[in-house]
Design a protein around this ligand. Structure first.
Ligand SMILES: [Zn+2]
Length: 237
């Protein structure tokens, strides 16, 4: 199973960083709509074809977890700096997301005083786009909401990834400007009545999706070397 898992390429890792650059301060960008089949007009959907991360763009989406727990975790830095917009020539604030190297090496981003934040990585399927495995790069707020549900189930011998389980992921902007996430269990019947256009994902489909799930190489392929991070720090001036 492990060898059959997806390997994220360097190109994909660039895309992931880009998605954070556009201002997703909580870093849990997810795609999801309430209708199964939306318009194919425009670049948005086209760009989503290459997307590997789950990004909650609306207020809620229905997900399936493919594993009982996160498949990995890591600490990452969100570095904000000023750059020049190539199109307009005007200064713009950019956020770059980089993995912290403190566990293997001295981390140049820790050295400049930035505090890395933990991220938990989950293999998920957005039920509105059921043929694709996505990675939810969950920051602490959604991770604690997921863990609460995990804890409720584990005592009963159940798991987030059980075949009949669906999860509604919602976010709400708090007074502090940050999003707060909710993770709520959804039965197949409630999904059919409340979520127009979503079809159940069968046990067989889930098993097939699990063979395409991501593992630690997802992170390793995006991780920069110490020299690369040092070069980035030097470029900040
Ligand atoms: Zn660091």
């Amino acid at each position: 199973m492990r060898t059959a898992r997806n390997t994220a390429t360097r190109e994909e890792s660039d895309t992931v960083s880009e998605s954070f650059d556009t201002g997703a301060s909580e870093g849990t960008t997810v795609t999801g709509t309430r209708t199964a089949r939306t318009s194919r007009r425009g670049f948005g959907g086209y760009n989503n074809l290459n997307k590997t991360t789950f990004q909650l763009e609306g207020s809620s989406a229905v997900l399936v977890f493919l594993d009982p727990e996160n498949f990995s975790y890591a600490k990452r830095h969100w570095i904000k700096y000023m750059s020049v917009d190539e199109a307009t020539g005007k200064p713009v604030q950019v956020t770059k997301v980089e993995y912290c190297l403190e566990d293997e090496d001295d981390c140049p981003l820790c050295e400049i005083g930035d505090r890395a934040k933990p991220t938990a990585y989950f293999n998920v399927v957005d039920v509105s786009a059921p043929s694709k495995v996505l990675v939810w790069e969950a920051t602490p707020d959604p991770t604690s909401a997921i863990q609460k549900e995990y804890n409720k189930l584990v005592g009963k011998g159940k798991h987030l990834s059980d075949d009949n389980m669906y999860w509604v992921i919602s976010k709400e902007k708090g007074k502090n400007g940050f999003f707060s996430y909710s993770v709520d269990r959804l039965s197949e019947d409630d999904m059919a009545s409340e979520w127009e256009g979503l079809s159940p994902i069968t046990a067989t489909q889930r098993e097939a999706l699990r063979h395409r799930a991501y593992d630690d190489t997802y992170i390793l392929n995006q991780m920069k070397t110490r020299a690369e991070l040092q070069e980035f720090v030097d470029s900040l001036g």
